[in-house]
Design a protein around this ligand. Structure first.
Ligand SMILES: Cc1cc2nc3c(=O)[nH]c(=O)nc-3n(C[C@H](O)[C@H](O)[C@H](O)COP(=O)(O)O)c2cc1C
Length: 302
């Protein structure tokens, strides 16, 4: 993988993409990610729904040997339930954890979780208090967006709350929740919010996607860049991308039962590669593959 845009010389971190940057992906793509400069990954979120310790299956992604240093992420709104997940993270050996305050899906945010927390700064403060108490000062971080509808929410209502806690960092995806994952990133609002932060700030949004060149003034320089979709797409540009895809398929066959979930997982990965020259002709075949043999044959054509 090679950086296609001139990016500031700061560490790269792999974004949490539920269903995509999962443990199997991180295992198979660890070397290419390291080669491209990634030094850390965030796990897709673990849901905090009850005060009981979370079950093993919800922690599967974060347990065992990790190919890249990992920060596990929790999503929730009830402080005692979030604390239960954070204790499970600590029991699994982690000293850092992250809170998802950015998930944009209407079903999530209307229940006050994910980006819904941006419209409830008092609750966000209680969750930060819980996080810092459980993980210790400088070991808890929060991932946010600019707001739900209003891109000024972060700087006007949320940053003052985050500034009152000693966080490891604040990751800011430069979009509102209503934008979901498309539309232009709003660098003006990102810079205004980042410049206010007393905690280190991580930039997120469209890193490594065509033509995006973030420029940061001195007062809003990020300590790291987080890349998700661009990092996954970059892997498809490698010479050995077909071998890597086949290795990911093998790893997935070992982990999942039956062909259907393996086909689903592979198609989710290949969808990130479908616009790349090498994969453009393969994608229509991969998409309609109904058996693992068909999919393997399609991948081998790349
Ligand atoms: C399929 C998918 C799953 C995601 N899952 C999570 C998640 O579990 N936790 C989280 O904080 N963000 C999640 N995100 C958001 C990404 O971490 C990231 O903020 C977003 O994709 C923008 O960065 P990018 O342009 O580099 O992809 C997800 C995004 C996508 C597309």
């Amino acid at each position: 993988m090679s950086a296609e845009t001139a990016l500031p010389q700061v560490p790269l971190v792999l974004a949490p993409l539920r269903g995509v940057t999962i443990l199997a992906f991180r295992r198979v793509f660890a070397a290419p990610l390291r080669e491209a400069g990634f030094t850390l990954a965030y796990s897709p979120f673990v849901s905090a729904t009850s005060d009981a310790a979370p079950g093993g299956s919800s922690l599967a992604d974060i347990l065992g040997d990790q190919p890249l240093p990992l920060v596990p992420q929790v999503i929730g709104k009830k402080p005692s339930a979030v604390a239960a997940v954070l204790r499970a993270f600590k029991d699994a050996g982690y000293s850092r954890a992250d809170l998802n305050a950015g998930c944009p899906f209407p079903m999530v945010r209307r229940k006050g979780r994910g980006s819904g927390l941006l419209d409830n700064p008092d609750l966000l403060a209680r969750l930060c208090e819980t996080g810092v108490k459980e993980m210790g000062e400088g070991n808890f971080s929060v991932k946010v967006r600019l707001g739900v509808k209003d891109p000024f929410t972060l700087e006007r209502r949320v940053m003052p709350v985050l500034n009152s806690f000693p966080l490891a960092c604040v990751t800011i995806h430069a979009r509102t929740a209503e934008q979901m994952y498309s539309g232009a990133v709003d660098m003006e609002r990102w810079i205004a919010a980042a410049a206010m932060s007393r905690n280190p700030v991580v930039y997120n949004g469209d890193v490594f996607t065509g033509g995006f060149e973030p420029r940061f003034p001195a007062q809003a320089r990020p300590c790291a860049l987080m890349a998700g979709r661009g990092a996954v797409a970059m892997a498809g540009r490698r010479e050995d991308s077909a071998q890597l895809a086949l290795a990911y398929m093998e790893e997935s066959e070992r982990e999942l039962s039956g062909p259907a979930p393996v086909l689903g997982r592979m198609k989710e990965l290949l969808a990130y590669w479908k616009a790349l020259p090498r994969w453009r002709r393969v994608w229509p075949l991969a998409k309609i593959s109904r058996t693992l043999a068909e999919l393997r044959a399609a991948i081998a054509r790349a």
